[in-house]
Write a protein that binds this ligand. Structure first.
Ligand code: 47U
Length: 328
């Protein structure tokens, strides 16, 4: 019997979309992340202070949990956050899709950013070749589930300030308009990666030769090379780089131009300027933080995070593999 399903994804403070996930009978709110390959959870192995304000997984309370002797994991994300711990397997259910014997990584250490975040862990949806479990690398939930799905694909529907969904096994026509355009994916680096060699600011085209992008639901903003960031904010009245905020800010009243990015060798995906006003930096509502920011030192790479998915339904298709996108 096919296990296609659609799991609700709830926006948490606009920073991340959390999906209620059943791990060995325990409910955890996980951040589904197409930019990483580990399924890890807050656990009872963490210090009490790290556990505060989170649902934690207790392996002793699961009748289906099996420890994976000698296995460990350690992950560091591009923004410097990270976590590490031990490993076991358990039955994991998302929406109506169940995987038995899924590798579940128990955190015994998490960085400060995660203690402050609303999630109870991450569910990696990148390719399994970047899973950090050693000595035996483990598979992602999707890798394990795909044979039980009608089609080996999942899709991310992440509208701004509204409940979204992760669809497994089928494209949900209610989650997009128009037709889905596809680009081939190079999975060798573990990411849903494709060439993205030009962009448009308010309709004017600029090139980013040799640059690739990754479709990354676990990153909040759209991160791109400095040249593109300065070109964009040069077109925004009153915008400037704010060292204290660590990014470009502008008057919340500013009108923001559309930003289009080329996806593969096909068309552009256009993000309306309204979606590039990420959030006010304080309660006065005077100054706002931009949804387009610098990717920093990672040369030749752009990261299309939730700001992109607020405008486009993303289809992650293992047949290919290929990445599809269609306006929400
Ligand atoms: C935010 C960011 N800055 N830089 C340079 C990169 C590479 C990122 C992306 C990133 O780190 N994403 C992330 C963080 C935590 C959990 C999951 N994904």
């Amino acid at each position: 019997k096919r296990q296609d399903s659609s799991a609700p994804a709830s926006p948490s403070g606009g920073v991340e979309y959390l999906v209620e996930t059943d791990v060995g009978g325990q409910k955890l709110n996980l951040d589904f992340d197409t930019g990483s390959g580990d399924l890890w959870v807050f656990s009872t192995s963490l210090s009490a202070s790290s556990q505060a304000n989170h649902h934690v997984f207790n392996p002793s309370s699961s009748s289906t949990y099996k420890a994976m002797s000698g296995a460990t994991w350690r992950i560091i994300y591009g923004d410097g956050s990270g976590a590490s711990g031990t490993v076991g397997t358990d039955t994991v259910t998302v929406g109506g899709t169940t995987v038995k014997g899924q590798a579940v990584e128990l955190a015994n250490r998490v960085s400060a950013q995660f203690v402050q975040d609303a999630n109870d862990g991450l569910l990696g949806l990148s390719f399994s070749n970047i899973n950090t479990v050693r000595p035996t690398q483990q598979k992602t939930f999707f890798d394990n589930a795909k044979s039980s799905l009608t089609k080996p694909l999942f899709a991310a529907y992440l509208p701004l300030n509204a409940n979204g969904a992760y669809d497994f096994g089928a494209i949900n026509a209610r989650h997009h308009t128009g037709s889905v355009a596809y680009t081939d994916v190079d999975s060798s680096g573990g990411f849903w990666q494709f060439p993205s060699t030009s962009y448009k600011v308010g309709g004017t085209k600029h090139s980013l030769s040799g640059v690739s992008a990754i479709a990354d639901t676990g990153t909040t903003l759209l991160l791109i090379a400095d040249a593109a960031v300065t070109t964009y904010y040069d077109a925004v009245q009153g915008a400037s780089f704010d060292n204290q905020q660590g990014g470009y800010t502008f008057p919340c009243s500013a009108s923001l131009p559309d930003f289009a990015v080329r996806i593969g060798s096909t068309n552009y995906a256009t993000i309306p300027g309204s979606l590039i006003n990420f959030a006010p930096i304080d309660n006065s509502g005077r100054t706002c933080f931009g949804g387009i920011q610098s990717v920093g030192q990672i040369a030749g790479m752009s990261i299309y995070g939730d700001v992109f998915f607020n405008a486009y339904y993303g289809v992650f298709d293992d047949a290919g593999p290929r990445f599809g996108f269609a306006p929400i």
